[in-house]
Ligand binder design. Structure first.
Ligand code: ZN
Length: 403
């Protein structure tokens, strides 16, 4: 064993032995994946740096008591969330219209006009800008990957304060009318502790709207969507386990929805008394799907590998569309990722960088005519139509398939 290997061995953590959402020890291992990049949204300047990305293991555990699923092998702090973290989907017209509709809907239904809004894990601040522009709300966003200068000068930015730090209660000591947390809870290991900190920060006597959005784990389980299982996402909720977590932390859940083609799960909650939320107990279904997940994922991965092999054997160029976490996961599961000719992304901030784990160069729509792919594998079916239009505009006649 060389020095590096022995260091690695001593860093291997013991598996988390109790459920971070309810404390139960009734856990079953359901899915394992070794040596995957721990940071799948980071921008790497070149292939060599991208190949040297730190790696970690996934050992998904299913809690029989609350239905929560989490990576029991997670090393806290292993994933880098910094200014090099580029996750935004804001360059997609499909995503932007969903985001705008969501902001409008929350403003209307909860009368969020001229109010104080906090967003924990605000990313680049796009949602807060919408809440400021559409409802003149005063917004505070906290996120270590925030870039305050990127929104400077944009209409509404004068009411948006971005704090490029990890969330800590002392950063948000104000009475807020709404507390928003989108696509963040799935990155957090101590889920119950985190929710309790958010709860404790709510000023006594106030009843803010609490709105959380996360990936819908029921869809991941049903579709064996292995591209959505990656290192940064250590926590996987269905409606049932999410409601139970909020109740455990002292919130009163008001509404749970599936959105964005079933990919997102959202919860609205508040504090104090509210009628109990009547949702179906999904624990038996989650247990059944969790039990067969590994087998179904293996079959799906073998199918994709065979499909790509067959295309390459007949001289066709295969490209991926989407260079984010889903693509990192998809490439990590391929026996020979070098068979993928190119990885496209419409986010100009990602173009010119390299994919963590495989080093693929990330290119943009302007490179379509020089690369000329024959088969384009779309990482998220939601974007299929807008990608098809990009190909038509570039005069490329490729087969398009979505995960
Ligand atoms: Zn549990």
């Amino acid at each position: 064993m060389n020095v590096a290997a022995s260091v690695e061995a001593t860093n291997t953590p013991a598996l988390i032995g109790s459920c971070p959402s309810c404390g139960s020890a009734a856990l079953t291992g359901i899915y394992a994946q070794d040596d995957i990049p721990v940071s799948s949204c980071l921008l790497f300047d070149n292939a060599q740096a991208a190949l040297q990305v730190d790696r970690g293991d996934i050992r998904l555990s299913h809690c029989e008591d609350c239905g929560f699923i989490f990576n029991a092998a997670i090393r806290q702090g292993a994933s880098e969330y910094s200014e090099r973290y580029e996750e935004t989907q804001g360059f997609s017209p499909t995503f932007s219209s969903f985001h705008t509709a969501l902001a409008k809907e929350l403003i209307e239904r909860h009368e969020l006009r001229g109010r104080e809004v906090l967003e924990i894990g605000c990313g680049k601040g796009e949602f807060l800008l919408l809440l400021s522009q559409l409802g003149e709300n005063r917004c505070t966003g906290i996120d270590p990957s925030a870039h305050p200068h990127r929104i400077a000068g944009i209409e509404g930015a004068e009411r948006v304060k971005l704090v490029p730090e990890f969330f800590a209660p002392e950063l948000a000591q104000k009475q807020f009318d709404a507390i928003i947390c989108k696509m963040t809870l799935e990155h957090i290991v101590p889920t119950l502790d985190f929710l309790r900190v958010v709860r404790a920060g709510i000023v006594e006597g106030s009843r803010p709207l609490v709105f959380f959005q996360i990936p819908n784990a029921l869809r991941i389980l049903s579709d064996a969507a292995y591209e959505d299982i990656y290192y940064e996402h250590c926590s996987y909720f269905t409606a049932g386990s999410l409601v139970r977590l909020f109740e455990n932390a002292g919130f009163a859940p008001l509404r749970v929805l599936h959105q964005y083609d079933d990919q997102y799960l959202t919860i609205e909650a508040t504090v104090g008394n509210a009628p109990p939320l009547d949702i179906a107990d999904d624990r038996a279904e989650v247990a059944r799907l969790a039990g067969s997940l590994a087998k179904r994922v293996a079959a799906k991965q073998a199918d994709w590998a065979a499909r790509i092999d067959a295309a390459v054997k007949t001289g066709r160029k295969v490209a991926l569309w989407g260079s984010g976490s889903k693509a990192v996961s998809f490439l990590a599961a391929l026996p020979d990722p070098a068979k993928i000719e190119a990885v496209f992304d419409i986010n100009p901030n990602r173009q010119g960088h390299s994919m963590p784990g495989t080093g693929h160069h990330i290119v943009g729509p302007k490179d379509l005519t020089s690369i000329c792919p024959d088969l384009v594998i779309v990482m998220n079916a939601v974007y299929r139509d807008e990608i098809a239009r990009e190909l038509i505009d570039a005069g490329i006649e490729a087969e398009i398939v979505a995960l």
